[in-house]
Design a protein around this ligand. Sequence first.
Ligand code: ADP
Ligand code: MG
Length: 590
Amino acid sequence: MTIRVLPSQLIDQIAAGEVVERPAAVVKELVENALDAGADRIDLEIEAGGTRLIRVLDNGCGIAQHELGLALARHATSKIESLDDLEALDTLGFRGEALPSIASVSRLRLTSRVQDSAHGWSIASDGGETSAERPAAHPRGTSVEVRDLFYNTPARRKFLRTERTEQSHLEDVVKNLALARADVEFSLKHNQRRVLQLPKALERGEREARIAAICGAEFLEHGRYFERTGAGMRLEGWLAAPTYSRAQPDAQFTFVNGRFVRDKLLRHAVRLGYGDVLFQARQPAYVVFLTLDPKRVDVNAHPAKIEVRFRDSRLVHDFVFRTVEQVLAAAPIDAPRAPPASASVFHAGSSVGTAGESHQSTLGFGAGPTAPDYLPLYARLHARAADAPLQVEDRDVPPLGFALAQLGGVYVLAENARGLIIVDMHAAHERITYERMKRAVNENRVESQALLVPITCKVSAPAAEAAEEFAAEIERLGIGLVRRGPAEVQVTAVPALLTGCDATALVREILADFAGSAGGTGVKEASNEVLATMACHAAVRANRRLTLAEMDALLREMERTERIDQCNHGRPTWTSVTLAELDALFLRGR
Ligand code: ADP
Ligand code: MG
């Protein structure tokens, strides 16, 4: 074997394999260059899913005539000079390899004009062979035209999917970039047809219009804006209500310092923030922007720069997780934001950030009504009803009112100052129990009730092993459990809150939760899941008759409970019908 230095065109083509694996990646690199050049308007034209033509025109600073050739040269960049620059990057590009890579696998034309030049200049490259500069008519800014992508690399070309698939990848990339940079106008044409037209968006309302154009109006209807700072970071964006959860993770947009990233850590943190109100396989929907000192994040972790590495990842994870959790707990965002004319006042535009104080509940379910001062739900209802001030006499009626009746063995009907409240008692009780168990576990004061006769039950082998491996966690939950054999355990105690539940079924499910979490995502999630399982077991089953006093107690307990608006499965726990809505229904008062 002879060792050879590779020719530079081949080097570029090899690099192209990493940087531009498909048309969408070319678009990403070209648009990022335009953004780095300070453009505030970017027009894209695509043909045949980007395989025939990709043209990106920007109104940025342009490239001077004598630098056009350099722009296509490998490792030539205007964006960094030293390693120090790399450590505090404020541009999207920095590797100086996109243009030469793209040029090596296509027919590329680069045309540009800088501010003080009388006209523009253009160079062409065919598979990496660059021509001399020629004068060209061009407004200030740059256009890059990429034709016949991969025409000289058949192996690459084979990996391309249908035009439609490539086009949809490409649109995703443009959407991500357009979400990241609302201050820039974008337009996209495919086969001469306009696909996207996004005007500059500076104010909140304009940004929301862009979000709606990209993520769908429905997302925005269920989403709420929030902004928080802490630990030297800033997180802002839109979180969709847990009730708007999805089966696929297809509406999760995370940005770090203006860069779209598909970052596992961030997604995990947000998911965990939703964890309390969203269980099982449901996926939350959100658009979040994290801003932090560029020194604290390394974007040079991936050739396409789609993944990042945080220097203090624990801190970032914590900040994001806590922020999302607090935002979701602080203000209910289950209600549509643009209610129809007849919408109830409870559902009128609420603003995120009106955190009610979390009150410790010492009264058990079934205790009588208590003074409803400063309860979380109060604060939230007041915030929600801000444009319809409470009348003085309303003050004596608690937010969820007083119970009237039980309907279908499932719903509690109550009357408050504005009309009718309908509560799904199982869902509500499940949330109450869950929050209560969680607090008790966190404070290490779960009361447990010894069984008079211990129950022996058969379980799967992994479950029996989980009983041993997670013995400490299980004990913390107030469950007395010992392994009796390769596939057998004995239950000696259950949490007092769950007295009378089916201990065998409970233990089997909990062991399955733990077994499922082994070696996986960490104890916090496992225990939340376990708590949800327990809450579900404890909750009042449908068809149980409640007395009015019991129903009132449930309503008061709800008012005291954080995150009461959804049950653990993300379903709503209550809703309301105002008198005004009833009047409208019966055509009264016209
Ligand atoms: P990088 O973006 O990593 O620097 P590229 O190969 O993408 O590398 O681009 C090389 C250089 O060409 C950039 O550093 C920049 O100076 C110049 N350039 C590329 N595209 C544009 C553009 N649209 N407007 C102005 N300058 C550009
Ligand atoms: Mg670049």
